[in-house]
Design a protein around this ligand. Structure first.
Ligand code: ADP
Length: 160
């Protein structure tokens, strides 16, 4: 059984994330989407909102499940019998940091990292950019799943 994890904050999940999750689901027997609990960061969506949205938009893949992690992702991997961390690479700027992380994670626990190149449609896409554009009234409907778009519009309305 090959089990992979796609870790992140998913604040909120975008079509870029979904592309990586779906392609991972085609490669591995099981994919765990692990939402970081890191409470120190300011988020637009609470942990349960982020996981609810993720569950909804990944429900079509029977081998994908959504869970959480706190602390080191390699400890999560050991506890859950996960052999591989999958990371999406958008640009060379992602690579610098991800390479360091991958080498550290391999050194700590022998967990492998697989890099998946982003679909060029989403290479500029990040959760933070989506939030910023949506906050100023820009149209992000083609960058996030519909359910996320509705929640994003509602949150922006609440905050204004
Ligand atoms: P973090 O809070 O760790 O920055 P994110 O939730 O923003 O995490 O993203 C989680 C992971 O999803 C990233 O590390 C990256 O591997 C992948 N990812 C994010 N956006 C994209 C995208 N547009 N295309 C491909 N992969 C992406």
């Amino acid at each position: 059984m090959r089990r992979a994890v796609c870790p992140g904050s998913f604040d909120p999940v975008t079509l870029g994330h979904l592309d990586i999750i779906g392609r991972s689901a085609a490669l591995y027997d099981e994919v765990l989407v692990a939402v970081g609990l890191n409470a120190s960061k300011q988020r637009m969506f609470s942990f349960s909102e982020r996981t609810d949205m993720l569950r909804e938009v990944t429900s079509a893949w029977s081998n994908v499940s959504v869970t959480s992690f706190d602390g080191l992702i390699v400890d999560f991997c050991k506890q859950n019998d996960v052999q591989v961390i999958v990371k999406g690479l958008r640009a060379i700027s992602d690579f610098d940091y991800e390479l360091q992380m991958a080498q550290m994670n391999h050194g700590l626990q022998g967990v492998e990292t697989m890099f998946m190149t982003t679909n060029p449609l989403y290479s500029f896409l990040s959760s933070s950019l989506v939030k910023e554009v949506a906050t100023y009234g820009g149209d992000v409907s083609n960058l996030v799943p519909d359910v996320v778009h509705q929640r994003l519009l509602a949150r922006v309305r609440e905050q204004s």
